[in-house]
Design a protein around this ligand. Structure first.
Ligand SMILES: *Cc1c(COP(=O)(O)O)cnc(C)c1O
Length: 226
C-alpha cells in the first residue's frame, strides 16, 4: 500500500468513527506523524492532500523541515526541553506536549521574542505511573490559571498518551477521562479548551468516539519506523 492509499484508508476510518459517534467528520483532524521518516515519504503524503505533520524530536525536525515543501504546518508532539523552545517557536505552529508551567513560560517568552503567538496544548498523564510524561491532573489547574497572563501562547486544549494496551479498547477509559477533565477545567477556568489530541494508529477510532479533535497517526500512514 502506498502512503496515498494509507491516507485515504485513514480518512475512511475517521469518517466511520465519526458516524458511529454522531460527530461531524470535519471536527476531527489528522496529524501525520513523520518522525524517523524522510522528506520523500512526506512528499507522498503532501500529494495526498496532507498538510499537517507531527515530529517528536527537535533536532531531527529542524534538519528535516527545510528539506520539505513550504506551506506545511508542523506540530511538536514529543517531550520538550526548555533549551529547545527557541527552535520550536521558529519551526512549529503548535505544541501538543506542554508538561510544566516552566516550559509553558519558556515557550511564551521565545514566542514573544519571535514576535508571534503559538498554539499549545497541555499533555496530561491521566493513567498514573505507567506513563512517563505529562502533567499530573492535580497540577494542571494552576498551569491553566497561569496561562491567562501569558500573551504569546494560546492554550487550545489537552493531549494524552495512554499506556500501550493489546486492544484499542483498553485506551478508552483514559481518553474518556481526558474529556471529563477538559469539561471540568473548562467550567472552572473559562478557557474553552476546544482541542483534544488523542489517538494513534492503534486506537484512533476509539479516541474519536471519545471526542478527539486531533489524532496523531504515524505507522498506519508511513509504515513501521526503523
Ligand atoms: C510516535 C507518536 C505517535 C504516532 O504513533 P503511531 O503508533 O506510529 O501512529 C503519536 N503521538 C506521539 C506523541 C508519538 O510520539
Amino acid at each position: 500500500m502506498s502512503v496515498q492509499d494509507n491516507i485515504s484508508r485513514i480518512h475512511e476510518r475517521m469518517a466511520a468513527a465519526c458516524m458511529r459517534a454522531g460527530r461531524d467528520p470535519g471536527s476531527v483532524r489528522l496529524v501525520a506523524v513523520s518522525k524517523k521518516h524522510q522528506p520523500e515519504s512526506i512528499m507522498e503524503a503532501v500529494a495526498a492532500g496532507q498538510t499537517v505533520f507531527g515530529e517528536s524530536r527537535v533536532q531531527e525536525a529542524v534538519a528535516k523541515i527545510p528539506r520539505c515543501p513550504g506551506g506545511l504546518s508542523w506540530h511538536m508532539i514529543g517531550h520538550l526541553q526548555s533549551n529547545k523552545v527557541r527552535q520550536v517557536v521558529q519551526y512549529f505552529d503548535m505544541i501538543h506536549s506542554i508538561d510544566s508551567l516552566r516550559l509553558l513560560e519558556a515557550v511564551n517568552q521565545a514566542a514573544e521574542q519571535a514576535g508571534r503567538t503559538l498554539k499549545v496544548m497541555l499533555e496530561v498523564n491521566v493513567s498514573g505511573e505507567s506513563v512517563k510524561f505529562g502533567l499530573k491532573p492535580e497540577d494542571a489547574p494552576s498551569v491553566l490559571e497561569a496561562s491567562n497572563r501569558l500573551m504569546n501562547i494560546e492554550l487550545t486544549g489537552l493531549m494524552t498518551m495512554p499506556p500501550m494496551t493489546a486492544l484499542a479498547e483498553g485506551a478508552r477509559p483514559h481518553f474518556r477521562r481526558l474529556r471529563e477533565l477538559r469539561d471540568a477545567w473548562r467550567a472552572a477556568t473559562g478557557i474553552p479548551l476546544e482541542e483534544l489530541s488523542m489517538g494513534m494508529s492503534h486506537d484512533f477510532e476509539v479516541a474519536i468516539e471519545e471526542g478527539a479533535t486531533w489524532i496523531r497517526v504515524g505507522t498506519d500512514i508511513f509504515g513501521e519506523r526503523a
